[in-house]
Design a protein around this ligand. Structure first.
Ligand code: UTP
Length: 294
């Protein structure tokens, strides 16, 4: 079984749900506490053992490339002023030279098209996809979502999708899976549907933003037609691939925040700040004051 070494981060979307903030700032660079959303997601990939980080970007996203590079002026100023803690934190976040690749999607034709744009960099090996606006917090098992997906891949091979539960009345907004043989944590996926009509979803388990995919997904994406929302959907290509390859679902232990929506972004900021000992007490006081006025 081939090891999962590479991960794709599709960051070419327009972020229309977050205008005007995203007019000149990519939504992936908005901060949850003091780290860009994308840095949280790259942290998760690094923790899971990913060695090559592939960003599918678009116009107005050049700042993402700068974020994962050295910043000589800033770094030498920090050193000259003796701010070694800050300097070392920046260095620890920096991916080693040669481990990042950037390619452009050219037009935001959908997530499936964005993933397809990474085909030449991935080549012929299984890889991870992380949706960079979904950030995850670890649960009691102590590992984050992608590490749990890789665990399942190491057990079963094939393709793996992280899922989470939503109320039945919200399923029409997401990709939804059908569930086969199930051990409580992992299960066989017997079908998938993107944005099913209200009341027709096969389950309440939705595709939640972390995937391990076989490279033959690129073949399925090659002639992909536009699907739901007029976009080339990754789910449609996975449905094609599932005709001759196994897919497993992981009910991961932890919590996801959709920072692409305003409410998800606000909740993520509170949850991640409350997990920081130096911020938790002060934030609790502020939150009580606000809640007290409601
Ligand atoms: P979303 O649909 O959440 O992102 O796609 P969006 O299109 O930027 O958001 P809204 O709905 O307009 O607010 C999930 C991820 O896929 C990327 C996005 O950048 C996001 O991280 N994506 C989406 C692409 O890279 N290219 C696309 O054509 C579409």
């Amino acid at each position: 079984m081939k090891r999962i070494r590479k991960a794709v981060f599709p960051v070419a979307g327009l972020g229309t749900r977050f205008l005007p903030a995203t007019k000149s700032v990519p939504k992936e660079m908005m901060t949850v506490v003091d780290r860009p959303v994308l840095q949280h997601v790259v942290d998760e990939a690094r923790e899971a053992g990913i060695e090559h980080f592939i960003f599918v970007t678009g116009r107005n996203k050049a700042v993402i490339e700068d974020h994962f590079d050295m910043a000589y002026e800033l770094e030498s100023t920090l050193q000259a002023r003796g701010k070694m803690k800050e300097y070392e934190a920046l260095m620890a976040d920096l991916p080693p030279a040669g481990t990042t690749s950037f390619t452009r999607q050219q037009a935001p034709l959908g997530l499936g098209h964005a993933v397809w744009c990474a085909r030449e960099i991935i080549g012929d090996e299984p890889f991870a996809v992380l949706l960079p606006d979904m950030i995850t917090m670890q649960g009691g098992r102590g590992s984050r979502c992608l590490a749990q997906c890789i665990e399942t891949y190491n057990q079963h091979g094939g393709n793996v999708i992280a899922v989470e539960e939503v109320p039945m009345e919200e399923t029409h907004q997401y990709g939804v899976v059908s569930i086969g043989k199930d051990d409580g944590h992992n299960f066989e996926i017997t079908g998938m549907v993107e944005k099913p009509a209200k009341g027709t979803a096969p389950s309440t388990s939705i595709i939640s933003g972390r995937y391990i995919l076989d490279s033959s997904i690129f073949e399925a994406l090659k002639d992909a037609e536009k699907g739901a929302g007029g976009e080339i959907q990754l789910t449609d290509a996975m449905i094609k691939l599932a005709k001759n390859q196994a897919f497993h679902g992981v009910r991961f232990d932890g919590k996801t925040y959709d920072t692409g929506s305003k409410l998800g972004f606000l909740a993520a900021n509170i949850a991640f700040a409350m997990a920081r000992p130096e911020l938790a007490d002060g934030l609790r006081v502020e939150l009580k004051k606000i809640v007290g006025t409601l």
